[in-house]
Design a protein around this ligand. Sequence first.
Ligand SMILES: C[S@@+](CC[C@H](N)C(=O)[O-])C[C@H]1O[C@@H](n2cnc3c(N)ncnc32)[C@H](O)[C@@H]1O
Length: 161
Amino acid sequence: MTHDELFELGSSYDEMLEQGISLSGESKDFFIEGRIDHLQARLHDTGAPPVTSVLDFACGVGDASSRLAAAFDGARVFGVDIAEGAVEEARRRVDNDRVEFGLLDAVAEDDRFDLCYVNGAYHHIPPAQRLAVTTRIFGLLPPAVSWRCSRTTRGALRPGW
Ligand SMILES: C[S@@+](CC[C@H](N)C(=O)[O-])C[C@H]1O[C@@H](n2cnc3c(N)ncnc32)[C@H](O)[C@@H]1O
C-alpha cells in the first residue's frame, strides 16, 4: 500500500494509528491535548496576540482541528490535507461552525492565518518538497512568526535540508 492510499483510507488509518499509540499506554487524545496545551503555554510566554485563525496543515481526519477550536476560543480553524479521504472523514467527524476542511488548493494565495499547526506531516512530505511547503506556510502567516519544531519534525527536516 502506498503512502497516498494509506491516508485516503481516513478512518482505517486512524484505527491503525490508535493501535500503535496504545503501546504507550495512552490514547491519541492524550498526545493531541498535550501538544496543544504546550503550544498555548508557549504562545502565552512569548506574549503573542490572541489567535483568531488557525491553519491545521495536513489535518488528517481532523482530530486536532476540533481541539484547536476549543483551545483558541472564537478562532476559526481551517484544516487542509492532501488526501481527499482524510478530508471527507474529517468533515463527517467534526461538527463545529468554526471548523472547516478542504484540500490544499482550498487555501487561497491571499488567505492569512495567525497560527499554523503542523503535526505528524513533514516525514510524509518528500524531502525535495519540504522547502516549498514550508515557504508556502510562511506566506500564509503574519510577517513576524516563530517556528517551533518538535523533535520528530526536526528529525524529519534534517535529511533534506
Ligand atoms: C500522520 S497524519 C497526521 C494527521 C494530523 N496532523 C494529526 O496529527 O493527527 C499525516 C497527514 O499528512 C498528510 N499529508 C502528507 N503529505 C502532505 C502534503 N504534502 N500536504 C498536506 N498534507 C499532507 C496525509 O494525507 C496525512 O493526513
